[in-house]
Design a protein around this ligand. Sequence first.
Ligand code: SAH
Length: 339
Amino acid sequence: MKNIKDYNLEELKKEFVAIGEKPFRAEQVFKWIYESNVTSFDEMTNISLELREKLKQNYTLCIYKIIKKQEATDGTKKYLFDVLDGNAIETVLMQYHHGYSICVSSQIGCKMGCRFCASTGIQFIRSLTSGEIVEQLLAVEREENVKISNVVFMGIGEPLDNYENVVNAIRIINNQKGINIGARHISISTSGLVPKIYKLAEENIQCTLSISLHATTDEKRSSMMPVNNSYNIGQLIQACKDYIEKTNRRISFEYALAKDNNDNMEDAKRLVKLLKGMICHVNLIPINKIENGKYTKSSNENIIKFRDYLNEHGVVATIRRELGSDIDAACGQLRRKNI
Ligand code: SAH
């Protein structure tokens, strides 16, 4: 059966026409799914019984079950979802003063192999469809009875390695007739798939791009992130400049500080050289230790020194507040699980 959440509104209208229905019916169904967040076709009371039957026979609403829910001392919540095929993925809900932010997974497992990330130790199974991505948000809103205002593609997987489905999920989340979260409140984080960054710049969606940079020399970056062997720092920065020029959007660079690895003042200097003059922001993340991982956190003192150096030299940098680490819900700690 087809997942009805895999269609954006335009596609759903076409689909309805193909099954002999009027496009405005598609819009009504779209609103039931994304505005009302219903869990069955029977709740769609302005849809005829006959059409509801037809929908039931041909489509699923892909309703996720929560297998496990954990809450951190800071209020961050982590959900393990049954994705209905014997696999499970993790999603995280964070509360900030400006509202709720959700960190969604885009793949079951990840191919990128970053040495500091927990999602690396697990086998790649498959990419999630756009409906499966959006359902993470809907399931959390149903469970908590909240309205989510920000979405970050920073869970399990490399979003740009699942390009079409991630872009389609953004179009669905963004639609004013449904979930209606502005593209500026949606961030995609990438380990640096350069050709896809050029492609994204052409999409005409105003989402925020985050780049997982983490190092300032190719040697160091390749040792942390194998993707750097395919697309090096120079190529990555060039793609970022193109993205900024085409979209006029500020890029966010993620830099996870690991003790005695990428956290000395020489690194800070090179980072300034690399980013100076770009419309960007650096997010410094105290690296989270993972099982069997060789990297450990820089000292607080060092992290502050690193941040101050960047700010004093014209590169805006902040330290990311760490949320959910006591339930392994922080950056780089998410895993795929078998049920
Ligand atoms: N594949 C994408 C998105 C998932 S990772 C990407 O690489 O960007 C989300 C963020 O967490 C990335 O910036 C990633 O580099 C960072 N991250 C991964 N492992 C981490 C760890 N152990 N400590 C801190 N940040 C980590």
